[in-house]
Design a protein around this ligand. Structure first.
Ligand SMILES: Cc1cc2nc3c(=O)[nH]c(=O)nc-3n(C[C@H](O)[C@H](O)[C@H](O)COP(=O)(O)OP(=O)(O)OC[C@H]3O[C@@H](n4cnc5c(N)ncnc54)[C@H](O)[C@@H]3O)c2cc1C
Ligand SMILES: NC(=O)c1ccc[n+]([C@@H]2O[C@H](COP(=O)([O-])OP(=O)(O)OC[C@H]3O[C@@H](n4cnc5c(N)ncnc54)[C@H](OP(=O)(O)O)[C@@H]3O)[C@@H](O)[C@H]2O)c1
Length: 423
């Protein structure tokens, strides 16, 4: 690595400059770690930048205590490192974090923590990426670094930032308002009336957890949702769908899933959970909307312990008015309103990524852009999609890095020969 410092003007040497022999990977979540492991296996050096102070910060800092992987473990493991035998079928978040820590240790991956990538831009003249970061550790004096590299791997995740919709009157509500990413457990909500906004997997599970802690959740379902059983006759619904998808078109798999769901869960429409017109897999494929895999919330909805309510009109002090004009008295609001990618805020590029920060090319062709740009973990296929991307990216970069290294060696040898011939 080459390091240089310089005066504060906008050229290569405006900040501390580090020339990286290999790719820069942005993000040390499962996707970044999986690429790192693949590159280690090929002997390719890299720098991994992470804004948080730990690996897998989504899992460590922004998830609730009761969270478990919602797919069986064989669909969630990263390349070349199976889950321990003794882990249950659906590992807890703590088991998953310990697995990821072992993964980083096994492949000797050492991210640069507390470094947020503020911008990344391809320099056409030099044919290199310029990646600017700022240190985010509270104990450090903020320090800017510029990494210069030939390959850039975007692994900042589909869920990098929370979505916080604006609601009329929320500023006058007066009670406790939080996003689901800050929710840990229902313990502190005992006896409270809580409005949970959103009915994705987060909204459903937070509502279930609140019930289990004797709170009274009302869950806002403003449009429609596909709820599926997590298992069918003891076999995971995901596995069943994956098997059927090998032989049947998506719409037909959807029909089977909906039929099976109806047999197992009954007609969820009558609880206020209207199903979308498109089937669950087609909806996921076209709009990225994840179906809910039920792990008990539906039972609480049936028994009335979770009240399903329509969209929000506005908030008042201690109250919310719904679109059907019903007024609910509430103590707290939990916004389970989802997440978004943050790529557009820092990657200065508009060919490969959409305005929403997702690669324009759909799976399985969304991992490679132009000029050494790569994306991992944006397939809307969770951890299994991230693993597939990571393997493709690591192989592709390794091939290119080896060619590049060979070329550099040849150039050095040629220069060396020229020097010798002068003496
Ligand atoms: C509550 C919840 C539960 C989930 N459960 C499952 C599940 O059971 N199964 C499943 O397959 N998927 C699940 N997912 C989806 C999950 O996000 C992914 O499976 C997985 O975490 C994706 O890994 P990733 O590395 O792509 O992204 P992330 O885990 O989000 O990691 C991205 C990393 O990039 C860092 N970063 C972001 N921006 C910057 C920046 N500018 N500079 C430096 N670093 C940056 C972040 O701090 C983060 O550490 C869940 C998601 C949520 C929110
Ligand atoms: N392992 C697990 O068990 C687990 C647990 C939680 C989350 N996850 C995963 O994490 C990812 C994110 O899930 P998520 O549930 O947090 O987000 P999500 O699936 O994006 O759901 C967001 C919800 O918020 C609603 N919403 C958004 N804005 C709203 C508004 N203004 N008013 C009312 N409702 C609003 C949406 O309704 P509309 O549909 O009408 O827009 C939707 O129901 C998913 O991939 C999910 O599978 C997994």
């Amino acid at each position: 690595m080459f390091q240089a410092s310089g005066p504060d003007h906008d050229d290569f040497f405006a900040h501390r400059c580090i020339l990286v022999n290999g790719p820069v990977i942005v993000g040390a979540g499962p996707s970044g770690l999986a690429v790192g492991a693949g590159l280690k296996g090929q002997g390719v050096p890299f720098v991994m930048l992470e804004r948080a102070d730990c690996i897998a910060s989504l899992w460590q800092n922004r998830t609730y205590d009761r969270l478990k992987l919602h797919l069986p473990k064989q669909f969630c493991q990263l390349p070349n490192f199976p889950f321990p035998e003794e882990f249950p079928e659906y590992p807890t978040k703590y088991q998953f974090i310990s697995y990821l820590e072992s993964y980083a240790k096994q492949f000797n991956i050492k991210p640069h923590f507390n470094e947020t990538v503020q911008s990344a831009k391809y320099d056409e003249i030099f044919g290199l990426w310029r990646v600017k970061t700022i240190s985010t550790s509270s104990s450090d004096i903020p320090c800017q670094v510029e990494y210069i590299c030939k390959w850039l791997v975007v692994a900042t995740g589909e869920n990098a930032e929370k979505v916080l919709p604006e609601f009329e009157g929320l500023q006058d509500f007066g009670g406790h308002v939080m996003h689901a990413c800050d929710y840990k457990s229902g313990e502190s909500f005992h006896g409270k009336r809580v409005l949970v906004v959103g009915c994705g997997n987060s909204g459903m599970e937070v509502s279930l957890d609140l019930c289990n802690h004797n709170a009274s959740p009302s869950m806002v379902v403003r449009s429609s949702v596909h709820v599926l059983p997590r298992e069918v006759l003891g076999r995971s619904t995901f596995e069943l769908a994956a098997t059927m998808m090998k032989r049947l078109p998506l719409w037909m798999v959807d029909k089977v899933l909906l039929l099976v769901s109806r047999l197992i869960l009954g007609n969820v429409d009558r609880y206020g959970l209207k199903r979308p017109c498109l089937g669950p897999l087609q909806l996921k494929d076209t709009q990225g909307k994840t179906p809910v895999l039920d792990i008990g919330a539906l039972e609480k909805i049936r028994s009335g312990k979770i009240k399903v309510v329509p969209g929000i009109k506005r908030f008042y002090s201690g109250k919310v008015e719904l679109v059907n004009s019903e007024i609910l008295e509430i103590d707290s609001v939990i916004l389970a309103t989802g997440y978004r990618s943050n790529v557009p805020s820092w990657l200065k590029e508009n060919e490969f990524f959409t305005e929403d920060g997702i690669p324009k090319n759909p799976f399985p062709n969304g991992w490679k852009g132009n000029a050494g740009l790569y994306a991992v973990g944006f397939t809307r296929r969770g951890l299994s999609g991230a693993s597939l991307d990571a393997m493709s990216v690591a192989l592709d970069i390794a091939k290119s890095w080896k060619e590049d290294t060979m070329q550099k060696k040849k150039t050095v040898q040629a220069r060396h020969r020229r020097c010798i011939s002068h003496f």
